[in-house]
Design a protein around this ligand. Structure first.
Ligand code: GLY
Length: 350
């Protein structure tokens, strides 16, 4: 098993470990026997793994973007209360990003905060959402509008969960993997480029891919836990990507929307002369290599643009967009006006 450290020794020590390995999860959960344990478990995972069916205090959650709501949080809080969860109990979130975000948010507000652990079971949650302490839910149309920064006590990544992940869910996570390469690590880009077949087939190399993503994420979170600077680079593809998710009425999953978002944001960067031809081509090539759809036709252009303007990353001064002017490094454009974005989409059509 490999271990990484998310070093957050600031005012208080919120540091924690990420454990990455295979077939260790039941043992790890049993080891945490010093406190009473409560589980929020994705319904698919619960049905697939008998180990989880034998646990006590389990809340089975049918996770979908539509259930990422304050009502779901309330149900979890009621479950915790009715089953005797106390300040020194722990909550374990087992599932993909939605489970982690919703359960983590519940943990952060129940009795003003109880300890929780992230046990991600999808590629997307392993490489991104389980690390870094972002928790929260959507408010109507707006994604992740309500939430907290609340770090887990540890993240346990058992690669064996990927054996039962659907191809679609797996690919959903690959988009976030590509994002790390484009924003932070040119060598990692080459590795993803040269080993696409092995990675798509979920071969051995995958563990080192997950490790590298978590390593980058841990470093970013250490430097900028609350997203004032470097962490904004992780939003590459998300400004347009979130709008795609909303405009498509969530028929396009997060990772697929982020992939198209990365491409469109790159074209936007090219349009405003912040991204050169070579980089734009590299972004396109890697996304093509993993067979991501790059085009998007709005269902409703007005609501698409409204979604961009009301993104939670928006400020009074405008929208912020993360770009990669050169593969392996990023910049943040702040104060981008919606009119410029409109103009860009008009130019795409001509
Ligand atoms: N998923 C982006 C972040 O954790 O900041």
């Amino acid at each position: 098993m490999q271990k990484l450290f998310v070093d957050l020794k600031k005012d208080v020590d919120d540091s924690y470990e990420i454990h990455i390995g295979r077939g260790f999860i039941s043992e790890k959960i049993d080891e945490l026997n010093q406190k009473s344990k409560f589980f929020v478990i994705d319904s698919n995972v619960y049905n697939l793994y008998p180990f989880f069916q034998n646990l006590q205090n389990v809340y089975v959650f049918e996770a979908s973007e539509k259930s990422k709501t304050i009502e779901s949080v309330e149900k979890i809080l009621v479950f915790l209360k009715n089953n005797g969860c106390l300040r020194d109990s722990i909550l374990l979130a087992v599932g993909g990003g939605i489970v982690g975000d919703v359960a983590g948010f519940a943990a952060s507000i129940y009795m003003r905060g109880i300890d929780y652990y992230q046990i991600p079971t999808t590629l997307l949650s392993m490489v991104d959402s389980s690390v870094g302490g972002k928790t929260g839910v959507n408010l109507y149309e707006t994604k992740n509008l309500i939430g907290t920064f609340y770090q887990p006590k540890a993240v346990f990544i058992d690669m064996d969960f990927l054996n039962t992940l659907s191809d679609e869910e797996y690919k959903n996570g690959l988009a976030e993997v590509i994002k790390y390469a484009l924003m932070f690590d040119e060598k990692f880009y080459s590795l993803l480029d040269e080993n696409s077949k092995e990675i798509e087939d979920r071969q051995e190399i995958l563990e080192s891919v997950v490790y590298r993503c978590c390593e980058i994420k841990a470093k970013v979170v250490k430097e900028d836990e609350k997203e004032h600077g470097l962490r904004m680079f992780l939003n590459f593809g998300h400004t347009f990507g979130h709008a795609i998710e909303i405009d498509s009425n969530h028929t396009i999953k997060h990772g697929f929307a982020v992939a198209t978002g990365m491409y469109l944001e790159t074209l936007f960067g090219h349009y405003i002369k912040k991204v050169n031809d070579e980089t734009a081509l590299k972004v396109k090539n890697i996304l093509n290599k993993y067979s991501f759809e790059l085009k998007y036709s709005f269902l409703n252009e007005e609501s698409f643009l409204r979604a961009i303007a009301s993104d939670k990353k928006a400020r009074q001064s405008g929208i912020s967009v993360a770009l990669t002017p050169k593969v392996g490094s990023g910049i943040i454009l702040k104060g981008v006006g919606i009119d410029l974005i409109k103009e860009f989409f008009v130019s795409l059509r001509s």
